[in-house]
Structure formats: structure tokens, C-alpha cells
Design a protein around this ligand. Structure first.
Ligand code: ATP
Ligand code: MG
Length: 291
């Protein structure tokens, strides 16, 4: 990718300089954010990609878990990733979040941030949130305290000591509570929530940090049908405001939430398209969906 991206980067820099000379002001609002010129600390998505992987490979003891994988995700997109056990879906998330270093390949966040140069905590700070399969909320604390804590965790010890829930953060907390359908359980102890509610709370904790990209690994595993439906609604409401990558085996859930589905197999992309398209693909039927 690099020559193309470098060229694009140079063009962007030029555009930014012209922009500054003209003294133009940037418009606010999230939609506008997807196309405006990036400021320091922002993810540059002017080229239509929030995440970009090319020819990524990783081996474990000689076994290629990821094999020349290329993939990109548009800002605000909700991308579903499906594929058989061992296809490399979780490993893909490990690579994006810095948990696993690939042996080769390119991983960019926007067109300027080379994720391979950052550590796992730094990548979280950059705005990539990850939800593992098992909920990891603080069971002894209330829903409110869990969300409040999520605001502090990213800030370092000193900032946490002087942390106050100001009105902007209070508003954010109320908004997140509503989004995750837990407004009525704000004082409940997290340990007493249902499995589905714990999952939502953990998603809420990620949302408190306003991630640009959210990676969710098997989010509806173990949920009741009703919880699964509400999770689908939740994800659809996040789409557009955040970019999401969702790994799931539950096809009816995928059917409800998906636009583009990527099928992973043997560490590479086997097929990509709408769910109907990939479901009709003979190779996908062969390795994953069955007849
Ligand atoms: N840290 C590791 N060390 C050794 N092997 C690993 C490691 N991480 C993953 N693997 C192997 O890489 C392959 C891909 O695993 P991965 O967990 O990414 O699959 P998956 O698509 O998430 O599968 P599932 O649907 O079962 O969750 C598997 O064969 C797995 O055993
Ligand atoms: Mg997995």
C-alpha cells in the first residue's frame, strides 16, 4: 500500500496547508468529521477507510494463523466477520489491538496511523475499543460505578486522583446508560445483572471512552433470543457514530445487523459481500455453512 498512501498523505498535507491559508473553519458534528481534514490526535479517514490491513501474516510455531490477509473498513461501517473455528477471527482482532504482532504486512488506523508502531494500551488510547467474549465488569460495583470507572481507566493514576464527574461527563454517562438499555438499573450491582445485561454494560464501558472503532468478538454468545434482538438494535444504533467489527457465529443475528460480511478461512478472506451473496458462495458453503 505504502506508495499510494504516502502519496495520498502528501496530497492531504497540501490540502491542509491550503485550508489553513484560506482560514477556513471546520464544521462540527460527527458526520462532517468523517470527511474533514484531520487535526492532531484525530484519525484521518479522508480516504474512506478507518481500518486498513494489507498482506498481514502471522505464524504460531510454523502454523499460519493469518495468511496474507487484506481487509479494509469504512468509517461508520458495521462489518461482520464470519468463518469456521480456527479461521483466525480472534487473531485478527489480536493484531489490530496490538496483542499479537504480525510477522509481516501493514495495519493502518485511518491513512496515517501505523498501528504496528504502537503498544496495546496506546492503541486503546488511539480510539480502538475491544470487547472479549466473556463479560469483564466489576461485579461488586453498581452499573453507574462501572461506567464512571471506565472514564477514569484511560487517564493514568494522577488524572484519576483528581477525577470529577463534570456535567459533560455526566451527560455522556446518561446517554450511554440509555443506549445500553440500563437506565432503569443504574444503581444495581453489576454482579446481579443477567448475562446479556453484563455484556451491554461492558459495551457501555467501552462507549464511555468514545472509541472510533469497536471490535466485538462473539457478543451474543450465551444470550437469550430477546437479549440477542436487543443487542442487534444496540449495534444498529451505534453504526454511523462508530465503526464496528463484529465476529459472530449466530447467522440470524448477522442477518439482522449486516451490510457487508467478510468470510475468513485459513487466515485469509475467502469471500465478501452481503450475507445472501456469501451464503450462496459454494466455497463458503463447503467450509462453513454446510449444505
Ligand atoms: N497465541 C497463539 N498461540 C498459538 N496458536 C494460536 C494462538 N492464537 C491463535 N492460535 C491458533 O490460530 C488459529 C486461529 O485461531 P483464532 O482463535 O483466531 O480462530 P477463530 O476464528 O477466532 O475461531 P473461533 O471461531 O473458534 O473463535 C487456531 O488454530 C489457533 O489455535
Ligand atoms: Mg475466536
Amino acid at each position: 500500500m505504502t506508495p499510494e498512501l504516502m502519496e495520498a498523505g502528501a496530497r492531504r498535507l497540501e490540502a491542509r496547508q491550503q485550508h489553513a491559508q484560506l482560514g477556513k473553519t471546520e464544521s462540527g458534528g460527527r458526520q462532517a468529521g468523517f470527511s474533514r481534514i484531520a487535526k492532531h490526535g484525530e484519525v484521518d479517514v479522508t480516504h474512506g477507510r478507518i481500518l486498513y490491513l494489507e498482506d498481514v501474516s502471522v505464524s504460531f510455531d510454523g502454523f499460519k494463523a493469518i495468511n496474507k490477509l487484506s481487509l479494509d473498513i469504512a468509517p461508520g461501517e458495521l462489518r461482520c466477520i464470519i468463518g469456521p473455528n480456527g479461521a483466525g477471527k480472534t487473531t485478527l482482532m489480536d493484531i489490530i489491538t496490538g496483542k499479537t504482532r504480525p510477522d509481516e504486512g501493514t495495519v493502518f488506523f485511518g491513512s496515517t496511523i501505523d498501528l504496528l508502531r504502537y503498544t496495546e494500551p496506546e492503541i486503546a488510547q488511539l480510539g480502538i475499543g475491544r470487547k472479549f467474549q466473556k463479560p469483564t465488569v466489576f461485579e461488586q460495583l453498581t452499573v453507574f460505578e462501572n461506567l464512571e470507572l471506565a472514564l477514569k481507566t484511560n487517564k493514568g493514576v494522577k488524572a484519576s486522583m483528581f477525577f470529577r464527574l463534570d456535567s459533560a461527563k455526566g451527560d455522556r454517562l446518561a446517554e450511554v446508560l440509555h443506549t445500553i438499555h440500563l437506565a432503569d438499573s443504574v444503581g444495581a450491582q453489576a454482579g446481579n445483572l443477567s448475562h446479556g445485561q453484563k455484556q451491554w454494560l461492558e459495551i457501555g464501558m467501552l462507549l464511555m471512552q468514545d472509541p472510533k472503532l469497536l471490535l466485538l468478538d462473539e457478543p451474543v454468545a450465551g444470550m437469550t433470543d430477546e437479549e440477542t434482538e436487543r443487542t442487534a438494535e444496540l449495534f444498529l444504533s451505534l453504526k454511523g457514530k462508530h465503526s464496528l467489527m463484529v465476529v459472530e457465529h449466530d447467522m440470524s443475528f448477522i442477518n439482522t445487523i449486516s451490510d457487508i460480511v467478510t468470510v475468513l478461512c485459513d487466515g485469509a478472506v475467502l469471500a465478501q459481500g452481503t450475507l445472501a451473496q456469501v451464503q450462496a458462495d459454494e466455497r463458503v458453503i463447503e467450509v462453513y455453512l454446510g449444505r
